[in-house]
Design a protein around this ligand. Structure first.
Ligand code: ARG
Length: 455
């Protein structure tokens, strides 16, 4: 490519560090779409002849077919996908191929290809997030009344419904979906036509190419167009946050499926055995989802670091944007699929969950609330009285509902038999009817509202 100016071949290591084809061959579809849009525009504006543009378009179709069929041998000497495609086009159609790069540079070309890829990857992840949200809704509906311990500090706090717990993830995933949507809206501008960095003297039509490629409009500043990678950073941030959410779910699945908790049994399809311990059912998929967060976060930090302090406009540093972005999106792709499978397949054990929910003095707050409501005690005093009741129960080796009334009355004489009605886990969750609360009725309403929103 540089024969006009260079007389010696590149050093082998130079080729190894410089060639990006092993990574950016993934942009083949986008690259050819970009070239087709550019060629059509060059013909429309009279910059190249209609006949040449037609030859280019037909040739590009053939190159794409060859790539899809795995028939095109990519060459490292040709550096990247852009030059590999153009070289093959030249072999197929001859001289007109040389006109395709008029009023264009690889700088705006790669920015366009990569934006198209990231945009469609974000849209694909949105679809997968919605599939996971639906899986959650199915389980939340089935378990609107299943009671489990709610935790803070991983210490038993108050009983909650399993459906309510699962719906918390639906809310998180909805925000993840929103972040991808926002990123798409902001990246919806075409860099094509910025050329190397300064624009071009040819009478190009940037609106035409932007529209042909599905962008809302062309980017307004040519320097920015070739040097911006915000779109990748913003998307990677959405990937990292979403992966972080999945890691919390993964961690909970690992805990829930342990013998000690036994809240949830994971199906064989999502478990592995041990080569030495026959009793084991390992939650490998959940563990790997938990671990893949490292790639997602690492990719974001990696690209932030690549972009830091780069002078305008394009620098070759930016070639390192793709591997890291592909890796993060791939990790999230697998993680979302695996989580959707696991959430759909998991079998909660309501009996174990209820037993766990009823232990650890989980209805202590309900006792305090009863004292406030029925005896008009200030909450702080009620908290103190309840603390004494918990202490008495602990000493008696009982849970709160197991204490005799006399023991409670020894602490606060005005307590009556009625109090026991609020000390069961069912009464506890049913009472939490505040908007956003854990009561089965609220869970059913939320499931219905989400089903409506997701259709
Ligand atoms: N392979 C390059 C990349 O991914 C394409 C752009 C090359 N531009 C340049 N001026 N050398 O960034």
């Amino acid at each position: 490519m540089w024969g006009g100016r260079f007389s010696a071949k590149p050093d082998q290591v130079m080729q190894a560090i410089n060639a990006s084809i092993d990574v950016d061959k993934r942009l083949a579809e986008e690259d050819i779409a970009g070239s087709k849009a550019h060629a059509a525009m060059l013909a429309k504006t009279g910059i190249v002849s209609k006949a040449d543009a037609k030859a280019i378009d037909d040739g590009l179709t053939q190159v794409l077919d060859e790539i899809r069929a795995g028939k095109l041998q990519f060459s490292k000497a040709l550096e990247d996908i852009h030059m590999n495609v153009e070289a093959r086009l030249k072999e197929i159609i001859g001289d007109p191929a040389g006109r395709l790069h008029t009023a264009r540079s690889r700088n705006d070309q790669v920015a366009t290809d990569f934006r198209l890829w990231v945009k469609s990857a974000c849209a694909a992840r949105i679809g997968q997030i919605e599939a996971l949200m639906r899986a959650f809704l199915g389980q939340a509906e089935a378990h609107a009344e299943t009671v489990m311990p709610g935790f803070t500090h991983l210490q038993t706090a108050q009983p909650v419904t399993f459906g309510h717990h699962l719906l918390a993830y639906v809310e998180m995933l909805d925000r993840d979906r929103g972040r991808f949507r926002d990123a798409i809206a902001r990246m919806d501008e075409s860099p094509l036509g910025a050329a190397a960095l300064a624009g071009t003297g040819f009478p190009i039509d940037r609106d035409m190419t932007a529209k042909a490629l599905g962008f809302a409009r062309p980017m307004a500043n040519s320097l920015d167009a070739v040097s911006d990678r915000d779109f990748a950073l913003e998307s990677l941030s959405a990937v990292a946050i979403c992966a972080g959410h999945l890691s919390r779910l993964a961690e909970e699945m690992v805990i829930w499926s342990s013998a000690q908790f036994g809240f949830v049994k994971q199906s064989d399809a999502w478990s592995t055995g041990s080569s030495i311990m026959p009793q084991k059912r390992n939650p490998d998929a959940a563990e790997l989802v938990r671990a893949k967060t490292g790639r997602a976060t690492g990719s974001l930090v990696g690209l932030l670091t690549v972009m830091k302090a780069l002078p305008l406009a394009y620098s070759k540093d930016m070639q390192e944007d793709k591997a890291t972005t592909f890796e993060a999106f791939d990790a999230l792709d697998l993680s979302l699929q695996a989580m959707t499978g696991m959430v759909t397949a998991m079998a909660p054990d309501p009996v174990r969950m209820r037993a766990a929910a009823a232990s650890g003095f989980s209805t202590a707050t309900d006792l305090a609330d009863w004292l406030v409501r029925e005896l008009n005690m200030p909450f702080r005093d009620a908290h103190h009285v309840t603390g004494m009741a918990v202490k008495a129960a602990e000493q008696a080796g009982q849970d709160l509902p197991g204490l005799p009334l006399s023991a409670l009355q020894a602490i606060e004489p005005r307590i009556t038999q009625d109090v026991f009605a609020v000390l069961t886990v069912e009464a506890s969750v049913a009472s939490r009817q505040s908007y956003g609360g854990t009561a089965p009725q609220r869970v059913r309403e939320q499931v219905a509202a989400w089903k409506e929103k997701l259709t």
